[in-house]
Design a protein around this ligand. Structure first.
Ligand code: NAP
Length: 253
């Protein structure tokens, strides 16, 4: 008897660049159909989708600002229409801001930081749980939230608002994991250390990886691929008894 294998579907928020893009490539190689979400960089997302497809994978670029509820609902509706299921969510979209002390920061900065890093992750997880939970008659699934070593280090004098937003992600990972553990959904986190991506330039520190590397026990920054490997493992059946955990990928920092 011939059995048809159903292709698993994964959504990576902020999948167009950096850690998200590396995760999309590795998930496609592992056989997932991958949704490459982005906020603004459509050309970069399209290019990534084309290269995944050229390698025999399935990828679809979809725009949505994760901090905008209407756009997130439209994103998930588009996934429903195209694939009819969701098996994996990587809450990867995240932002930093310019180096500043708390007494120099504005309310607008905190709103943007928490709206994208925290509310965006909650929103996408809510929509994913509705499409994964056995309580909703679905097949189960796995979620990975991107935290940061900053959640443990606090980032004083640099961006403690960012560190606090990632601390919230650690607690969210723990709570949601316990809430949906009996509903076929595993929820875990990854805490990257200093990783070579464009995020540092967006915070005004393009040379940050080289500057911080001497403080890392392994004496170097990490690569997006090294973080993606941990994410993909947590999503896989190889991690079938792992939930509520956040893994440090920090070179020992
Ligand atoms: P990155 O290179 O700056 O890429 C960020 C990605 O997020 C881009 O695809 C960007 O899309 C997307 N994005 C930003 N705002 C968004 C929004 N509102 N809605 C949807 N997508 C949005 O960042 P990265 O270094 O790969 O970081 C990825 C994650 O790892 C983040 O959560 C970050 O906090 C965390 N992390 C990174 C490091 C590090 O050293 N790199 C360390 C610890 C934790 P557009 O280009 O379209 O804006």
């Amino acid at each position: 008897m011939k059995t048809e294998t159903i292709q698993q579907v994964a959504l990576v928020t902020g999948g167009s660049r950096g850690i998200g893009a590396a995760t999309c490539v590795q998930l496609a190689r592992a056989g997932y159909a991958v949704i490459v979400n982005y906020a603004a960089s459509q050309a970069t997302a399209d290019q990534l989708c084309q290269s995944i497809q050229a390698a025999g994978g399935t990828a679809l670029g979809l725009q949505a600002d994760v901090a905008n509820e209407a756009q997130v609902l439209a994103l998930f509706a588009a996934i429903d229409a195209k694939f009819g299921r969701l098996d994996a969510l990587v809450n990867n979209a995240g932002v930093v801001d310019m180096t500043a002390r708390l007494d120099e920061m504005s309310m607008a900065r905190w709103r943007r930081m928490f709206d994208i890093n925290v509310i965006g992750s909650l929103l996408c997880a809510r929509e994913a749980v509705r499409r994964m939970s056995t309580q909703h008659g679905k097949q189960g699934g796995a979620i990975v939230n991107l935290s940061s070593a900053a959640a443990k280090l606090g980032s004083p004098g640099q961006y403690l608002d960012y560190a606090a937003s990632k601390g919230a992600i650690d607690t969210f990972t723990l709570g949601l994991a316990k809430e949906v553990a009996a509903e076929g959904i595993r929820v875990n986190g990854v805490r990257p250390g200093i990783i070579d991506t464009e995020i540092h330039a967006s915070g005004g520190l393009p040379n940050r990886v080289a500057q911080v590397a001497p403080q890392v026990p392994m004496q170097r920054g990490g690569t997006a691929d090294e973080v993606a490997s941990a994410i993909v493992w947590l999503l896989s059946d190889a991690a079938s008894y792992v939930t509520g955990t956040t893994i440090d990928v920090t070179g020992g920092r």
